[in-house]
Design a protein around this ligand. Structure first.
Ligand code: DSN
Length: 436
């Protein structure tokens, strides 16, 4: 692998090989990670990275854009088909940039916005004080109901009536249940707020029809492309049908002649980004084609079956699962009843070859760097072909780590078991071959 790189930069080449070996030999259970196809990677590592294409297809600031124009058009068409929408923007470099693009379109600095508290499963860009969102806008956080582990809609309704937000955001990064688009929409409508869904986590499940659709409830939707959607790292913005009529009012007075789609396009570029990453847009297009295939729906369906199965097995083993289960690809384990922190468990699982991330749980008394929980997801292992029986085995492995948490020898033994399991489910033959 990396023959050219090996000759020019052995240090980086070796580190890439080291990372590949880690991915091959360990259980990747970070809910926001996945393994792309070789085709996606080929496009991401292609000559498209050499091209500057500021602007949009047909209206670029650079010459030589004939091929990349076609690529971006194909990416947008496939994305519209995938999410049954009429507008899409494939240029945001990440989910955070997609969110910033939407905020820059619909809000002025200082406006009031509502989002799910980060410590209750939201996202940094949904109003955290250490993020541009919380610094530029007046964010009011809603939370999870302590009894049900689901969004506290009574609170959302009360806060919306009291603070009259201009925008409400639904979705997050550690919410194991279906996003309740319809309930959010009723509240948003009652106070005249726009509704934005951040579906970065379940977007693959939404695309394959296994998670409710945000349309017609949401005005605008953002996502990343690399989680359940299994594409390259990146962001997207979507709008459903008849969005222009719905939003005649959004443009500031000076821009009233502009369409909403044009406003979003300009908010992304030149508003906050320069040249689009054409290699990533090419790779997004490849991933969208893959996601349109029937086998992607089968994959997503198995992702959910695996997560539900794993959640049930962990409950049987006396683990406290936030909200009592999952509808999606992720589960959130509250370790309080085990008297362990997320930080320590993440670290000890890693020694045993199981990669997860510490995560705050609703009403957590510990800091984000310590936490009381861990978040576990099934997208990556499902890509390797694992099914329910492997989830049973993994629940036992995780439990064995936890009941032997301070015993290095046992953890190293579990690491060998993990390695054997990984061998049975090769990461992706095409990647593995590169090691030989
Ligand atoms: N950091 C991502 C996640 O892990 O969910 C969200 O941006």
């Amino acid at each position: 692998m990396n023959m050219d790189l090996k000759n020019t930069d052995l240090q980086i080449s070796n580190l890439i090989d080291e990372e590949l070996s880690r991915q091959i030999n360990t259980l990747e259970m970070i809910a926001s990670e996945n393994f792309t196809s070789k085709a996606v990677m080929e496009a991401a590592g292609s000559v498209l990275t050499n091209k500057y294409a500021e602007g949009y297809p047909g209206r670029r600031y650079y010459g030589g854009c004939e091929s990349v124009d076609k690529i971006e058009d194909i990416a947008r068409d496939r994305l519209n088909e995938l999410f049954n929408c009429e507008y899409s923007n494939v240029q945001p470099h990440s989910g955070s940039q997609a969110n910033m693009g939407v905020f820059n379109t619909f809000l002025s600095h200082g406006d009031t916005v509502m989002g799910l508290d980060l410590s209750h499963g939201g996202h940094l860009t949904h109003g955290s004080k250490v993020n541009f969102s919380g610094q530029s806008y007046n964010f009011i956080s809603y939370q999870i109901d302590q009894k049900t582990g689901r969004v506290d809609f009574e609170q959302v309704n009360r806060l919306a009536k009291e603070f009259k937000p201009k925008l409400i955001i639904c979705g997050g990064s550690a919410y194991p249940r279906f996003i309740e688009f319809e309930q959010f929409s009723e509240i948003a409508k009652s106070v005249g707020a726009y509704l934005m869904a951040d579906i970065a986590h379940p977007s693959g499940l939404v695309a394959s029809g296994l998670h409710p659709t945000p349309w017609p409830y949401c005005d605008v939707v953002t996502s990343t492309t690399h989680k359940t959607l299994r594409g390259p790292r990146g962001g997207i913005i979507l709008m459903g049908k008849d969005f222009e009529n719905k939003w005649g009012i959004v443009a500031p007075k000076s821009q009233r002649t502009k369409m909403v789609s044009e406003l979003i396009d300009s908010a992304v570029m030149p508003g906050m980004q320069g040249g689009p990453l054409m290699h990533i847009i090419g790779a997004k297009a490849v991933a969208f084609k893959e996601a349109l295939s029937p086998s992607f729906k089968e994959y997503c369906s198995q992702v959910i079956l695996n997560a539900k199965h794993l959640s049930n097995k962990m409950i049987d083993l006396d683990y406290d699962i936030v909200s009592g289960g999952t509808d999606t690809h992720l589960i959130l384990i509250d370790l309080s009843n085990k008297n362990l922190t997320g930080k320590y468990v993440e670290n000890r699982l890693e020694i045993a070859g199981i990669t997860t991330n510490k995560n705050m749980v609703p009403f957590d008394k510990k800091s984000p760097m310590i936490t009381s929980g861990i978040r576990i997801g099934t997208p990556a292992l499902t890509t390797r072909g694992m099914k329910e029986s492997e989830m049973t085995k993994i629940s036992e492995l995780i439990n064995n780590v936890i009941i032997n948490i301070d015993n290095d020898a046992i953890l190293y033994k579990i690491r060998e078991e993990v390695k054997e399991l990984c061998k049975e489910y090769p990461l992706n033959m095409e990647y593995q071959n590169e090691m030989s």
